[in-house]
Design a protein around this ligand. Structure first.
Ligand code: 5AD
Ligand code: SF4
Ligand code: FES
Length: 347
């Protein structure tokens, strides 16, 4: 049944320490019932910070000249995928800025094919590479990718227009999401919360959008202003506590009303609080994306200010994260894909 809009608004409007704890506890019990307390890892490879787009909130937008652009070599990317496999991560996520040129799309196809080969088809592959043509989405699916993340960012079209240049089209993004689904990928989307002028009612409509589009996975997080963007005037008045709280409320509300989807506890939460990602798990998330990008590239992939683990390599994050997860009494689903329970290929 379609969730009730007023109920969603009520959950998102929760205030006060005790009421918030009750909200997170409720979400946690729904999580236990529908998806369990195993955390699935997706090793995150930030393949390149070259992006053809210019979203006003993003630190690596094409209009920011203040840092060097990089693209990992084929061998480097493959080495990181192998690391994931050797360390028993069930899946990886290949993420990069958006590009549609053929050398790039071919590079990705070749990479997916090789990752499948060297991991004997066992490593799950999620892509997060932006808007592409149907033909390219198909090509990558056939090469072996089976999940795709494309955040809608906000479903309020006026807000979308304010946050993007005129040639970035909401409609096209929505069409991409539907194409991805049609092809057979597990579909992930998400939004940012705490965007300027965004209301609680807007966020409720975003959550109804997730329901209506029947998405399998969610990656969402608080907007964190970046000093090198047109939204830099928001850096000064920004409150880590408020942003974190809103991010956690969003996760909890989605878990309570959507129940069986996979929800990521994102790095943006950890940027706001040292235990941000654990708090996300306790508020209902069940997916974690450890960054396995080589440290020499991490400086260059700062979508927002304060991104954590810039100096920690994959091995250090591995130990650190295992301790963090054990500390909240959860287990890690090593060597498993951890597909969304919401997804069924025949649907
Ligand atoms: N704060 C938080 N998240 C951001 N993203 C981009 N810029 C920011 C920011 N300033 C998110 C977007 C995008 C994802 C790759 O990173 O939601 O889809
Ligand atoms: Fe590029 Fe994504 Fe940043 Fe937009 S949010 S500028 S598409 S990397
Ligand atoms: Fe990177 Fe803790 S997660 S060091």
């Amino acid at each position: 049944m379609r969730p009730d809009r007023d109920y969603i608004i009520q959950l998102l409007s929760t205030e006060g320490k005790e009421a918030l704890q009750a909200l997170y506890d409720k979400a946690y019990s729904v999580k236990k019932q529908f998806v369990g307390t195993t955390v699935y890892f997706r090793g995150l490879i930030e393949l390149s910070n070259i992006c053809a787009k210019n979203c006003y909130y993003c630190g690596i937008r094409s209009g920011n000249p203040d840092f060097e652009r990089y693209q990992m070599s084929f061998e480097e990317a493959l080495k990181e995928a192998k690391w994931c496999y050797d360390n028993h991560y069930g899946s990886l996520v290949i993420q990069a800025g958006e590009r549609e040129d053929k050398p790039w799309t071919d590079f990705i196809t070749r990479l997916i094919t090789s990752i499948k080969e060297v991991t004997k088809g066992k490593l799950g592959i999620t892509l997060s590479l932006g808007e592409q043509t149907e033909q390219i989405y198909r090509q990558w699916f056939q090469a072996g990718a089976h999940r795709y993340l494309l955040r809608i960012e906000t479903t309020n079209q006026e807000l979308y227009k304010k946050l993007h240049p005129a040639d970035h089209s909401f409609e096209q993004r929505l069409n991409c999401l539907r194409t991805i689904k049609k092809i057979g990928y597990q579909v992930g989307t998400g939004i940012m919360v705490g965007l300027p002028e965004q209301t609680i009612a807007n966020i409720a409509d975003d959550i109804l959008f997730f329901y209506d589009e029947d998405v399998d996975m969610l990656g969402m997080g608080p907007f964190i202003p970046h000093h090198g963007t047109p939204l830099k005037h928001l850096v000064d008045g920004f409150s880590n506590e408020k942003a974190l709280e809103l991010g956690l409320k969003l996760i909890a509300t989605c878990r309570i009303v959507l129940k069986d989807v996979n929800i990521a506890t994102t790095t943006a939460l950890q940027a706001l609080h040292p235990e941000g990602r654990e708090l996300g798990l306790l508020a209902g998330a069940n997916i974690l994306m450890p960054n396995i990008t080589d440290t020499k590239f991490r400086e260059g992939y700062q979508l927002y200010d304060g991104k954590p683990c810039l100096d920690e390599n994959a091995n250090m994050c591995q130990g650190c994260l295992s301790r963090r997860i054990a500390s909240i009494g959860e287990t890690i689903g090593f060597d498993q894909w951890g597909d969304s329970k919401h997804f069924s290929p025949s649907k």
